[in-house]
Ligand binder design. Structure first.
Ligand code: AHG
Ligand code: MN
Ligand code: MN
Length: 338
């Protein structure tokens, strides 16, 4: 039997333009993100050989020590978008302020990006990620920061790249979530996960259990519930926590489960960043039938107050996120029955 014809990211986007009126400008942005992902995949793979492991010595806007690869990834993304007029501006984890892109002054789009997710994994050859969200400019004439501080529900596309056994790009432009695996010989992202569906419930959980005694009592009760034994609800859940949100979220998306990062002593309002981590992943997961919340409200409804805003975050299978919300609200008896 002849092997089926491979669908590249560009071909898929062309078809989406026809089927769903995805704008050609948005397609070009997503293709360029694919290009940046190939550059990053190449550099991540050889980082140990070219002196790119380890710290650079500075802290970023949210207080994390930057790795050499954080800075490399940020520079590579900026370079990929600096001269082609595709986006008018960028918000990045590694830039203290929003960046205006002169060549894109007439573009309708803005990009929010975590160039390298999972920085603690760089030196141990662990999974890494890139997370991105694309927004339409709300009004011309304002500053990029004013234009970009809109609820995540206004994102027009979002996605992530996962650098692991293979390099996988998952995106949504509002018509399902689709995954593409990089074929290094062809140099192309090939459709490998069409219309991803997140199982309604899983049996994996991802959270930094080292923070257990720093978490709210309700979350500690939730962990007790997950680790209790009950065959009818497939408990205990198994723990998976990799240090890269992208990797842990990807597991939940494909196999079902939940990732959470509640407030703790060192992050009283949460650690993860709304604009370039939580909102983009929330759009992907909702498009796949899952959900994402602060624990109290839908992530995509949160109106950001600042570009590096940090919030509590829970994401994954819809029933698991709902259960987490029940526990957080103190309704333990309701939760335990569901
Ligand atoms: P980043 O590498 O972009 O700073 O993101 C790290 C995030 C997330 O990917 C991960 O799940 C979490 O922070 C890990 O934090 P802890 O080490 O505090 O668990
Ligand atoms: Mn991150
Ligand atoms: Mn990062």
């Amino acid at each position: 039997m002849a092997s089926p014809v491979a669908v590249t990211l560009s071909q898929h986007l062309l078809a989406e333009e026809q089927k769903h009126a995805v704008s050609p400008e948005l397609s070009r942005i997503l293709i360029q993100i694919g290009y940046a992902a190939k550059v990053l995949a190449r550099e991540f793979t050889r980082a140990a050989l070219v002196g790119k492991l380890g710290l650079i010595g500075d802290k970023n806007a949210t207080g994390d020590y930057q790795k050499k690869l954080d800075v490399y990834a940020n520079d590579a993304v900026i370079e990929a978008f600096s001269d082609n007029g595709l986006v008018a501006g960028m918000v990045s984890e590694e830039l203290e302020k929003e960046k205006e892109i002169a060549s894109g002054s007439s573009s309708d789009y803005l990009m929010c990006i975590d160039p390298l997710d999972g920085s603690s994994n760089t030196d141990i050859n662990g999974a890494l990620g890139t997370i991105f969200g694309i927004r339409r400019r709300a009004k011309r004439g304002g500053t990029i920061a004013e234009e970009v501080l809109r609820p995540g529900s206004e994102q027009v596309a979002a996605g992530y790249v996962m650098y692991s056994n293979s390099t996988l790009l998952v995106y949504t432009a509002g018509h399902g979530a689709h995954g593409f695996t990089l074929d290094r010989e062809l140099g192309e992202f090939i459709l490998s996960h069409e219309n991803i569906r997140c199982p309604a419930r899983g049996h994996y959980y991802s959270g930094n259990l080292g923070k257990f005694y720093e978490w709210p009592a309700e979350i500690r009760k939730y962990i007790e519930y997950l680790t209790d034994h009950d065959a009818s609800t497939r408990r205990p859940y198994s723990l998976r926590y990799s240090g890269a949100l992208v990797g842990d979220l990807h597991r939940s998306l494909i196999e079902g489960g939940i990732y959470f990062y509640p407030p703790d002593t060192s992050h009283p309002t949460g650690k993860l960043r709304l604009m370039y981590e939580c909102a983009p992943l929330a759009m992907v997961v909702e498009q796949a039938g899952g959900s994402a919340s602060t624990g109290e409200r839908r992530i995509l409804d949160v109106r950001p107050e600042s570009i590096h805003q940090q919030i509590p975050f829970v994401i994954g299978s819809a029933a698991d996120v709902a259960l987490y919300e029940h526990f957080l609200s103190g309704q333990r008896s309701v939760a335990a029955k569901s």
